[in-house]
Design a protein around this ligand. Sequence first.
Ligand SMILES: Nc1ncnc2c1ncn2[C@@H]1O[C@H](COP(=O)(O)OP(=O)(O)O)[C@@H](O)[C@H]1O
Ligand SMILES: [Mg+2]
Length: 231
Amino acid sequence: MNTPIIVCRNLKKTYGNRQRKNEVIHGISLELEKGTFYSMIGKSGSGKTTLLYLLSGLLKADGGEILLEGKNLEQMTEAELERIRRKKIGFVFQDYQLLPELTVRENILLPQILDGQDLDEEWSSQILEKLGLTSLADRFPDELSGGEQQRTAIGRAIVNRPDILFADEPTGNLDNKTSEEVLDFLLSVHREYRPAILLVTHDLDLARSAEVVLHIADGRLLEPGKAGGEQ
Ligand SMILES: Nc1ncnc2c1ncn2[C@@H]1O[C@H](COP(=O)(O)OP(=O)(O)O)[C@@H](O)[C@H]1O
Ligand SMILES: [Mg+2]
């Protein structure tokens, strides 16, 4: 067994206030190994985005614990967590979250700009090329289609070669051909430097390209082999 990059135990998350509580993650335990490509499928509202936010430290859990390379996220200061997120974790948001005043190239390089690192222009040019964004590099997000914005968000998530990449329905707004290109890009990134990847998708074909397929329903992970409807 490989070393885990992320372990979570009995993770719980409730939204709402004292009057109206809605528990959406009901005690999930999970180990993600370094270098493994996972996919996760589940219906809309089953808790996929919430689980990704919890695992990447963007949202605080109400119960349970999360270890990133053995270190408990709870015990980190905000500054430490932010630094680790920038260095080790890549996140493709379902709604992109690009900065409107930055170009495509600048959005992709943003994690390096924020980190005060030397900018890796060669790698970012490769990313632009592989994502079919070279000719759009100097455009602003509001001059792009949804699919182009989504590809920019993928580029930004990968620019620091994170140890783990979370991608929340990164092909949700893409046509079949572009979806395949995005999947090929993720597979090539995976081959190139072996990050762990957790790809959330509705698309069963896409999900099957991963080494391990996780199923989530109503805030619980299904045991392998017990997934409803799976062959
Ligand atoms: N910020 C929030 N406040 C209250 N409820 C939320 C919030 N975000 C998500 N939910 C609810 O939590 C459940 C899981 O949502 P989500 O994690 O977005 O699921 P998925 O990504 O699988 O569609 C849904 O019922 C959703 O309405
Ligand atoms: Mg979602």
